[in-house]
Write a protein of this length. Structure first.
Length: 491
């Protein structure tokens, strides 16, 4: 690689560009580089581009490098790529005639593009596994709280009574969509650029479909330039990760508020809390703080990648292959972190169920049903009922009257003030309307909080989770089978 370049690399280039890149790739890409090498080797032997005896010699050298491991690979940072250092090591083992021919019909560009996609799908599978563990944890809590009454909120103000399970079901549907988005991203990623060369393909009679099949790619990329230039999948992946992280951040924010002394709805376990160095009473829910903050880092990674790719030519460059991916891998790590932190937080969380229900009687969340009942039981419109109940609540707050004191006589009093007439309405109807359980149990419309309806939602969620686990296990199994096959490759 020094034929065109006479001078050694500048110290700054090694320190800030080459060394950090090689060190990162050595950890992240060594195994997948070897799998690509073996797949390419098998293909050029089977297509008779090289002699089988030379192929066996190359395979022997590759296996020796694998057995020695990435930690024992001697790195020369004047050789600017991990792959080229691996090629140098291979040549030292089997000679340049054998070791130097492995690169036939390919380039660093398509090789790196292929490995990056393989690393990406491994990372996505790891996140998908974590997401499904989280989904299961939330599902367990939801099934135990189908009848746990809690105030629902809009604008962070008490709105209507729902159940904790209804709230958790909403979260589960959101995270399920996140899972589906990452599946779609995986399908975009799992196409093979191998064999595209530097950008203009090759006149060696390689079989790109064969290497794609060996490496368990779903298909081959149809254009050699697109194969090495495209990194839009990284933005798609980061977008999906950012959306998922945002959902977890919103969940964390709810739990964070609910854990305050003012709410006192939840208590996080000591194992996921820290104390204060000066205030002995403190128990800080720090996992929730980290989840919220780390979600911002994922968004930052998306912005970084998008900005790097925004104004570069559609071809290969270090902008494309290296700099655009700078924080891509960090984002996967952050998402793994926040998912794990959320799982740990939820596993031992405690809910103050009695207080949750009590608050629904104190914060007027049941009065919407009082207005609804006025419409059903009398001949007034909903807007008239809304005015009556709204006026009544205002007066009750001003006069410090409890909701439990409301009866038909009080309703009639405000009806006369608002619409100028009495309405026929019983104390029993008032009591039922304002009862939190009656409120919730009556809302059996699809998507509602009634236990019967939430159980239907949870059944659907459970079935979808089972199907998603089957899909995931199948895909992971394919990749593991591929790796085992290449680990034991014979030529």
């Amino acid at each position: 690689m020094k034929e065109r370049l006479k001078n050694e690399k500048a110290e700054e280039v090694i320190k800030y560009v080459i060394e950090p890149s090689i060190k990162a790739e050595l950890v992240r890409s060594f195994d997948n580089l070897m799998y690509v090498n073996k797949a390419h080797l098998k293909m050029i032997v089977e297509t008779e581009i090289i002699d089988r005896s030379i192929g066996r010699e190359i395979l022997r050298g590759l296996n020796e490098l694998i057995d020695e491991g990435s930690n024992n690979l001697q790195i020369d940072y004047n050789i600017e790529e991990l792959y080229l250092n691996m090629e140098k090591a291979l040549i030292e083992k089997v000679g340049i005639k054998a070791g130097g021919i492995l690169h036939i019909g390919r380039s660093r560009n398509d090789l790196l593009a292929t490995v990056t996609r393989m690393n990406s799908r491994d990372s996505i599978f790891n996140i998908l596994k974590k997401i499904n563990i989280l989904r299961n944890e939330i599902l367990i809590i939801a099934k135990d709280n189908v009848e746990t009454i809690i105030s629902g909120y809009t604008h962070m103000q008490p709105a209507e009574p729902i159940t904790l399970s209804h709230y958790l079901s909403a979260l589960l549907f959101a995270v399920e969509r996140d899972f589906k988005r990452l599946i779609a991203t995986y399908k975009q990623i799992n196409t093979s650029p191998l064999g595209a060369g530097s950008m203009g393909s090759t006149n060696f009679n390689i079989d790109r479909d064969m290497t794609a099949e060996i490496l368990e790619f779903d298909t081959v990329m149809n254009n050699s330039l697109d194969s090495i230039a495209s990194r839009d999948y990284s933005m798609e992946a980061l977008s999906s990760l950012a959306l998922y992280s945002n959902n977890l951040s919103r969940i964390a924010q709810d739990l964070y508020i609910w854990s305050t002394d003012e709410f006192n709805y939840v208590e996080v376990d000591d194992s996921v809390s820290i104390g204060s160095s000066i205030m002995p009473q403190k128990k800080n829910p720090v996992t929730l703080e980290h989840i919220k903050a780390k979600a911002a880092h994922v968004l930052g990674a998306y912005v970084s990648t998008f900005s790097t790719l925004k104004n570069i030519s559609y071809g290969h460059s270090r902008d494309t292959s290296t700099e655009s991916m700078k924080y891509y891998w960090d984002a996967f790590h952050e998402v793994e972190s926040i998912t794990s932190l959320m799982i740990a937080t939820l596993r031992n969380i405690k809910f103050n169920k009695s207080l949750m229900r009590e608050r629904t009687l104190e914060n007027f969340t049941t009065v919407t049903e009082l207005a609804n009942t006025l419409v059903r039981k009398t001949d007034i419109s909903f807007r008239q009922a809304h005015h009556i109940v709204g006026f009544m609540v205002r007066e009750m707050i001003e006069e410090d009257i409890d909701l439990e004191q409301v009866n038909s006589e009080m309703v009639n009093k405000y009806a006369r003030v608002v619409i100028g007439e009495d309405i026929i309405y019983s104390d029993k109807d008032v009591s039922i309307s304002l009862d939190p359980e009656e409120n919730v149990y009556s809302k059996t419309v699809k998507g509602g909080p009634a236990p019967s309806e939430v159980n239907r939602q949870l059944d659907e969620i459970s079935n979808n989770l089972e199907e998603d686990n089957i899909w995931l296990n199948t895909q992971v199994g394919r990749i593991e089978k591929m790796k085992m096959s290449l680990d034991t490759l014979q030529l």
